[in-house]
Design a binder for this molecule. Structure first.
Ligand code: T3D
Length: 263
C-alpha cells in the first residue's frame, strides 16, 4: 500500500508511524484510518519490529476525527458515528493494545478528541511540554470515545476523568504527567532525543517478555487477584522456555550485557 496521510518506516527494530496531515492537525479521515490499519498489520506481521513509535507531523499530534467530513448540509442525512467507530476507531484502539511489542507515543503537540485517547491507548506516552490533552468531545455534544471512558478513570480516577470529560478543558502535558495520565513530560527540544533513546533501548529488549507484561497489566483491569496470579503463572511458564530468559540468566551469571533476540 502506498501512504498519503502517514509516514511509515521500520529500521533497526523500530517501526515508526507518523500521522501526516499537519494542516488539519493530523485529524483522521477514512483514508488515514486505512493507512494506519495497514501499517499496524505490517508491524504485527514483521518480527524484526521490536517497538512501535507513533507520533504526529507538524505542530499537533492528532485532533481526532476530521470534522470537515462531518459537516453535513442542513437537511441532509446525518453520519452514523457508531458505524464509524466500529469500522475505524475500535479496531485501531484494539490493535494498539494487542500489538505484541511496546508502543511508544511521542505527543509532539495538541492531542484532542480521539487523538488524545489514541495516545492513551499506547503503552508509554511521552509528551513535549508544549503539548496538551483535550477531551474535546463535550464541546461538540459527544462522549469520549476511542477508549476515553475506559482509560481516563483507570489512569486518573473518577473525579478527574469526569472533569476532563464534562468540561473538555485543555490539560497541559506537565499536569498530565503529574496526574499519571502519561509516562513523562519533557522539554520540547528533548522530545526527539528522549524518544530515540527509549525506542533504541526497547528495540534490543526481551520483546516477548515485554509483550507478556503488557498483556498482563492490561488484563488486570478485568481480573480478580486469583485470575491474575493464574495469568502471571501461565505467561511466566511460557517465557521460562524462551531464548531470552536463557540469555538473560546467562548474561547475568557471566557478568556481560545480554543479547536478546526478542523470543
Ligand atoms: O465522527 C466520528 O467518526 C466519531 C468519532 C469521533 C472522534 C472524535 O475525535 S470527535 C472530536 C473531534 N475533534 C475535535 O473536536 C477537535 C477539533 N479541534 C480543535 O478543537 C482545535 O483545533 C484544537 C483545540 C485541537 C487546536 O486548536 P488550535 O487553535 O491550536 O488550532 P486550530 O486553528 O483550531 O486548527 C488548526 C487547523 O486545523 C485549522 O484549519 P485552518 O483554519 O488553519 O484551515 C482547523 O480547522 C484544523 N483542524 C483542527 N482540528 C480539526 C481540524 N480540521 C478538521 N477536523 C479537526 N478535528
Amino acid at each position: 500500500m502506498t501512504y498519503e496521510h502517514i509516514l511509515f518506516s521500520s529500521e533497526a527494530g523500530v517501526a515508526r508511524i507518523t500521522l501526516n496531515r499537519p494542516d488539519r492537525l493530523n485529524s483522521f479521515n477514512d483514508a488515514m484510518h486505512a493507512e494506519v490499519r495497514d501499517a499496524l498489520a505490517c508491524v504485527r506481521g514483521e518480527p524484526s519490529s521490536r517497538v512501535l513509535l507513533l507520533t504526529g507531523a507538524g505542530r499537533g499530534f492528532c485532533a481526532g476525527q476530521d470534522l470537515a467530513d462531518r459537516a453535513v448540509a442542513p437537511g441532509a442525512e446525518a453520519v452514523d458515528l457508531g458505524a464509524s467507530i466500529e469500522r475505524n476507531y475500535k479496531p485501531l484502539i484494539l490493535a494498539l493494545r494487542s500489538l505484541p511489542l511496546p508502543v511508544v507515543c511521542a505527543v509532539n503537540g495538541v492531542a484532542a478528541g480521539a487523538g488524545a485517547n489514541i495516545a492513551l491507548a499506547c503503552d508509554l506516552v511521552i509528551a513535549a511540554r508544549s503539548a496538551s490533552f483535550i477531551q474535546a468531545f463535550s464541546r461538540i455534544g459527544l462522549i469520549p470515545d476511542s477508549g476515553g471512558t475506559y482509560f481516563l478513570p483507570r489512569l486518573v480516577g473518577t473525579a478527574r476523568a469526569m472533569g476532563l470529560a464534562l468540561l473538555g478543558d485543555k490539560l497541559s502535558a506537565e499536569q498530565a504527567a503529574q496526574w499519571g495520565l502519561i509516562w513523562q513530560c519533557v522539554e520540547d527540544a528533548e522530545l526527539v532525543p528522549a524518544v530515540e533513546k527509549l525506542t533504541a533501548a526497547l528495540a534490543v529488549a526481551p520483546t516477548a517478555g515485554l509483550a507478556a507484561a503488557k498483556r498482563a497489566i492490561y488484563a488486570s483491569a478485568g481480573h480478580g487477584l486469583e485470575a491474575q496470579l493464574d495469568l502471571e503463572r501461565d505467561l511466566q511458564r511460557t517465557l521460562g522456555y524462551g531464548a531470552d530468559y536463557r540469555e538473560g540468566v546467562a548474561a547475568f551469571t557471566e557478568k556481560r550485557p545480554p543479547r536478546f533476540t526478542g523470543r
